[in-house]
Design a binder for this molecule. Structure first.
Ligand code: DX5
Ligand code: ZN
Length: 226
């Protein structure tokens, strides 16, 4: 069993984004989590495909290594028009919220048609039934453990039984679908999040606060694997 750690750039120093990407990769990050907010679907505004493209060259481990995947979390509505642009900008995974798409299956197909992995995001109050007819098309399910829009919020405990339930559905599907958890993940709850069935942990403030990226990532990984 292993766990992937995906630092969220939302808590990085935006004036030095390329260096921040290099630093968390050097510190052990498995993915780069890239939060896109539109001040419409969520009450905050961040960055778009141009910035994704700008950081792409920094998301590498060195010669001979695969590029480090950029995990794009779209909190935008409507969502479809941005998908080709993020694919072009080097996204490896694109996840979207079902509330932001008129046709969930169509949006999933659009992502996959660009050779990008597709993820569906469940907010704290979004029912699991949204997965009913689309799970087999997904590469990733992202469970929000805060309401989307801001870093540094407190982990919502009701996410834990939800993670367990999605893990059961993934096992039943027999497919290799990643189960990612986003929001308020830290050293205190990483063990419970992983025990519930998450294999990919997003962490913004828990990685970037304090500046000791390698220590923070190692601690999260150790706790998750304990
Ligand atoms: C919230 C974002 C998260 C956020 C996580 O809407 O999707 O990725 O940056 O930050 P922390 O880990 O600080 O909750
Ligand atoms: Zn996110």
């Amino acid at each position: 069993m292993s766990v992937r750690i995906a630092p969220s750039l939302l808590s990085a120093d935006f004036a030095r984004l390329g260096d921040e990407v290099s630093a968390v990769i050097e510190a052990g990050a498995d993915l780069i989590h890239f939060d896109v907010m539109d001040n419409h679907y969520v009450p905050n505004l961040t960055v778009g495909p141009l910035v994704c493209q700008a950081i792409r060259p920094y998301a590498v481990r060195g010669p001979g290594h695969e590029p480090v995947p950029i995990d794009v979390h779209l909190m935008v509505k409507p969502v479809d028009a941005l998908i080709p642009m993020f694919a072009q900008a080097g996204a490896s995974i694109i996840s979207f919220h079902p509330e932001a798409s008129e046709h969930i299956d169509r949006t999933v197909q659009l992502i996959r048609s660009h050779g990008v992995k597709a993820g569906l995001v469940l907010n704290p109050a979004t029912p699991l039934s949204v997965l009913d007819h689309v799970l087999d098309q997904l590469d990733l399910v992202l469970i929000m453990s805060v309401n989307p829009g801001f870093g540094g919020q407190r982990f919502i405990e009701s996410a834990l039984p939800k993670i367990e339930a999605v893990r059961r559905r993934i096992e039943a599907s027999g497919r290799d679908i990643w189960l990612e958890v986003d929001g308020g993940v830290n050293a205190d709850n990483a063990a419970r999040v992983a025990a519930a069935g998450a294999d990919t942990l997003v962490a913004g403030s828990a990685v970037f606060t304090g500046g000791r990226y390698a220590d923070s990532i190692r601690t999260l990984r150790e706790r998750a694997l304990a």
